[in-house]
Ligand binder design. Structure first.
Ligand code: TRP
Length: 370
């Protein structure tokens, strides 16, 4: 069996550096290695609507933003099928069949659902008090829909951040349940996590655990060089590092986490020849005598060096917005064909392919007229 890679993002905002080191950079590497039969990257608008039902404009406007971010990172529509979730109606049928194989209790134990329920203020119980909205069924069951996203193409490999681990685990359970109940149609996917800790969880510029649009602590892929400079200059560092001579803390200092995630030895030759590698900088900072500003200047140069080709490609695609929609339209068409094939196999296994099943029709005829 070949390798089929699939992943996607919710279109709720522009993509930022956390997305980049957590997944996007990996996807482009995977794409270029070419070690796969097929690769799909999609925009999860149906999932975005599960907690943005009242904000369709936001979802709609972010389709193009996410598509531009994908293309500008180097995803190549010749190699990767780029599509939009809502344009694949088969996903809903698959979701419906899967939902018979999942219990409410199992969904309630999904740690990602639990955490997001708190985050989004979805309460439980019969009474909806002032600050708790009721829990939408679509939101509660989105892990099932996510399993359909993964299974429609029999994905073997899902490159995502570690927050998605419970989703992949639940998908694997659904696949096992489907296959043991109806027959071996579907494939259990493997998660593919970023290799380093810094890449798995890139903190916000304010030092908070995660980049998040609502916290205003993101550096976006589409930020200009001047915006990146300003955001890096304002970054949280070690609050105990008051004077340059003081010893500084590297651990938990986002400037160093970003450097861990982005810088390479060759960057020192190019941008900071006083040091040979990041370890030397860290040692000096920890000893004392190295100021935050110098580290930030270097970080800014490294980030802008990585972002420059991304910006250039973005400007190229921004000039042809209808062409970008066309890429998504064609990709969605291709994804529908794959989904239709899988759904056909599923319905066969589930014995609901009545009109294709000559033996069934003849058997019933014989029973009545035999
Ligand atoms: N849940 C993912 C996120 O929030 C998006 C997503 C939806 C996804 N369906 C998927 C990711 C299938 C990988 C595979 O970012």
């Amino acid at each position: 069996m070949g390798r089929i890679i699939l992943t996607g993002d919710r279109p709720t905002g522009k993509l930022h550096l956390g997305h980049y080191v957590g997944s996007l950079r990996n996807r482009v590497l995977l794409q270029n290695e070419g070690n796969y039969d097929r690769m799909f990257v999609f925009i999860a608008d149906v999932q975005a609507l599960t907690d943005n039902a009242d904000n369709p404009g936001k979802v709609r406007d972010n389709i193009i933003e996410v598509a531009l971010d994908y293309l500008s990172c180097g995803l190549d529509p010749e190699k990767v099928t780029l599509f939009v979730q809502s344009q694949i109606p088969q996903l809903h049928e698959i979701t419906q069949f899967f939902s018979n194989l999942v219990t409410v209790q199992r969904l309630q134990r999904n740690p990602t659902v639990k955490a997001e329920m708190v985050l989004r203020g979805f309460g439980e119980g019969e009474h909806q008090d002032d600050n708790k909205r009721g829990l939408p069924v679509g939101f509660f069951t989105y892990p099932i829909s996510q399993a359909a996203d993964i299974c429609f193409c029999k994905a073997t490999t899902v490159p995502v951040g570690e927050d998605q681990e419970p989703m992949i685990e639940q998908c694997r359970e659904i696949v096992r349940s489907f296959n043991s109940t109806y027959g071996p149609v579907l494939v259990e996917p493997e998660i593919l996590l970023p290799s380093s800790a810094a890449c798995r969880r890139l903190p916000g510029t304010d030092g908070k655990a995660k980049m998040s649009k609502s916290l205003g602590n993101c550096i976006y892929l589409s930020d200009s060089a001047a915006e990146v400079d300003a955001k890096v200059r304002g970054m949280f560092t070690d609050p105990g590092h008051l004077r340059v001579e003081d010893p500084g803390k590297v651990e938990g200092n986002p400037v160093f986490t970003y450097l861990d995630a982005f810088c390479e030895d060759s960057d020192f030759e190019r941008f900071w020849p006083d040091y040979a590698n990041l370890q030397e900088v860290k040692d000096h900072y920890s000893r004392g005598g190295l100021g935050d500003m110098k580290c930030k200047k270097f970080l800014s140069k490294v980030l802008n060096d990585r972002l420059e080709p991304i910006r250039e490609r973005r400007h190229f695609y921004e000039k042809d917005i209808p062409g970008v929609y066309e890429i998504l339209r064609k990709g969605s068409q291709a994804a529908r064909e794959v989904a239709a094939q899988t759904l056909h196999e599923m319905k066969d296994a589930m014995q609901i392919n009545y009109f294709d099943d000559a033996a069934l029709i003849q058997g019933q005829a014989a029973k009545y007229n035999g």
